[in-house]
Write a protein that binds this ligand. Structure first.
Ligand SMILES: [Fe+2]
Length: 401
């Protein structure tokens, strides 16, 4: 059996099928036979935040996510709160320290709100860890079982950039709401009746920022240790304004569900957004999460009405005749995109619509992208210039440019 026939447990729960996933996140067919580190897909994005109790409510009320599981003092976990939230195939686990000595609070002191773990669902944890170790990866947790009345989960963890980790999860023998130690939990929050069932269906990519000169090391890490392949490649001048620049390369799992663009700052007259991130996150870390939606117009309207702030796109972006010609025909009139600041990019395979939020925490670090794909398997290369200029304007307002 090849991997493309397998849905993750979250995708099955969200009633997504393979055809939808091909459109939403660019899922491709591939033969897992020769893959030394087979990855089925995303398992969870685990966050450390300053106030998990409030952040969990934010993701429900603003992002329309659903609370499904919980761990905390009431369940015997005296160290921290952890709220498990779901939207489509996406699972966020929001953690915040309760015990003043919790290691999560030390992490938060250094990094602020951020992603501590990009957990991946794999069919064979032991095989992955054996390969990773052979390739020189740091194994943070050896493969082990955890069991409760819902079955057994096998997990292990390896280190990636900064203080970020990849937990590897085999949940094929488990039916519980998340992991042993968690209990099912719903929320008293009632979603307004006029709101769509969910504002995004799947995680498309997670971008990592690393220090100057280290991007290729991490590309090599994902190639060698995790068997990822290189996708699009953007270098130097592709993503530069008169003042600042970055370099970016993209690696992906065999089936392209898991895509990791990796950025590093490039030398330029002024400090880039990547430098700003590295300063405020105190090192490498996850920069943005791209959430796939099948109706970006609706998603943006709902989020904006709730006060989510997006990066502004200059009017000239939509009036530029060259851009208009390049974009060609898209599913909505360009005025609909312009009024919302939604960007368009097209390549040989199709097009995509995308928009970026401002940083969602107190530090200018982590933010979200919303993406609606129509055949394009890219990341919005054609928009990097316009986007970068918009980010520079925001950086200047913060006094970090
Ligand atoms: Fe992105």
């Amino acid at each position: 059996m090849t991997m493309e026939q397998t849905l993750t447990s979250q995708e099955r729960l969200a009633e997504l099928d393979l055809k939808q996933l091909r459109q939403l996140v660019g899922l491709v067919e591939y033969d897992a036979q020769g893959d030394p580190f087979p990855v089925t897909g995303w398992d969870a994005v685990v966050w450390s935040v300053g106030n998990a109790t409030q952040a969990a409510l934010y993701f429900q009320v603003v992002f329309g996510m659903e609370l499904v599981a919980y761990s905390g003092p009431e369940t015997g976990n005296r160290d921290h709160h952890a709220f498990v939230l779901r939207s489509g195939a996406i699972r966020f686990v929001i953690k915040g320290g309760v015990d003043p000595n919790s290691p999560l609070l030390d992490h938060h002191r250094r990094h602020g709100d951020g992603v501590i773990d990009i957990a991946l669902e794999v069919p064979d944890v032991d095989k992955c860890v054996a390969h990773a170790r052979e390739q020189g990866a740091t194994v943070l947790e050896e493969p082990h079982d955890a069991t409760d009345e819902h079955g057994t989960v096998r997990t292990a963890a390896i280190a990636t950039y900064g203080e970020t980790r990849h937990t590897l999860v085999d949940r094929s023998r488990y039916t519980g709401p998340y992991l042993p130690g968690y209990v099912a939990r719903s929320s008293g929050y009632v979603k307004p009746g006029n709101e769509p069932k969910r504002l995004f269906q799947a995680l498309d990519h997670v971008v990592g920022n690393v220090e100057l000169g280290h991007m290729d090391e991490w590309v090599d890490f994902y190639n060698r240790v995790m068997g990822f392949t290189n996708m699009a490649e953007f270098i130097g001048d592709d993503i530069a304004t008169e003042y600042s620049a970055l370099m970016s390369k993209v690696v992906a799992s065999g089936n392209h569900r898991v895509k990791f663009p990796l950025n590093e700052p490039a030398i330029a007259k002024k400090r880039s957004q990547i430098d700003e991130y590295l300063d405020f996150y105190r090192g490498p870390g996850a920069q943005h999460l791209a959430l796939a939606t099948n109706d970006i117009i609706r998603t943006v309207d709902v989020l904006r009405a709730k006060g989510v702030e997006f990066l502004a796109t200059p009017e000239s972006y939509y009036t530029d005749p060259e851009l208009r010609a390049r974009i060609g025909h898209v599913r909505v009139p360009i005025e609909e995109l312009a009024s919302r600041g939604i960007l368009v990019d097209r390549d040989e395979d199709g097009y995509l619509l995308q928009i970026f939020t401002k940083p969602i925490g107190d530090r200018p670090t982590l933010f979200f992208e919303f993406i609606e794909r129509h055949g394009s398997l890219g990341f919005g290369k054609g928009n990097f210039q316009a986007l970068f200029e918009a980010i520079e304007r925001e950086q200047a307002k913060r006094g970090n440019f």
